[in-house]
Design a binder for this molecule. Structure first.
Ligand SMILES: Cc1cc2nc3c(=O)[nH]c(=O)nc-3n(C[C@H](O)[C@H](O)[C@H](O)COP(=O)(O)O)c2cc1C
Length: 158
């Protein structure tokens, strides 16, 4: 099994979830973590599982993620299992105002086969100010990420 975890992260929290998932998934095979800004079509060659994670920005998918996905060739995820997560502030009514369902839909439109429902990991503030690393994850999110990764592997029967 070969897995690729792709993330976008402004303050480092979505990247930490991606890395935590990789710790679990790598027990089942070759696992790479790559930022979406660096993703190329070649990274997807021979990959069985693609997980995409992004913060929710403005109640939806950040523009950087949208444009990177739009640049990928049609059908590039055909035959691959896919899953998507976001990091979002807890109080928002989740179904409507988070990125993950839209991310998963976009992965499906590229041909991917969903193996899990969209997942949200929680941050403590929606502050949009500043740059640089900022630890915003609520307690327990790293454990949740590893649990979810385990469920994905189970679903894939690896
Ligand atoms: C421009 C911008 C817009 C944001 N909009 C939302 C939002 O609509 N809903 C929400 O829950 N959080 C929002 N946030 C907070 C992000 O979800 C939070 O910064 C992110 O989960 C942290 O992940 P990161 O460290 O990987 O960037 C926004 C953050 C930024 C920078």
């Amino acid at each position: 099994m070969k897995a690729l975890i792709v993330y976008f992260s402004k303050f480092g929290n979505t990247r930490r979830i991606a890395q935590a998932m990789a710790e679990t998934i790598k027990q089942a095979g070759d696992t790479r973590v790559v930022s979406i800004e660096q993703l190329t079509a070649a990274d997807l060659e021979g990959v069985d599982l693609v997980v995409l994670g992004s913060p929710t920005h403005g109640f939806t998918v950040p523009e950087a993620v949208r444009s990177a996905l739009a640049a990928l060739p049609a059908g590039i995820l055909a035959g691959k299992s896919v899953a998507a997560f976001d990091t979002t502030v807890r109080p928002w009514p989740l179904r409507l105002f988070r990125a993950a369902p839209k991310l998963l839909r976009q992965l499906s439109q590229l041909g991917g086969q969903p193996v899990a429902r969209p997942q949200t990991f929680f941050v403590r503030t929606s502050s949009t100010q500043g740059t640089g690393e900022r630890d915003l994850l609520l307690a327990g999110q790293i454990d949740r990420a590893q649990e979810w990764a385990g469920q994905i592997l189970k679903q894939m029967r690896v």
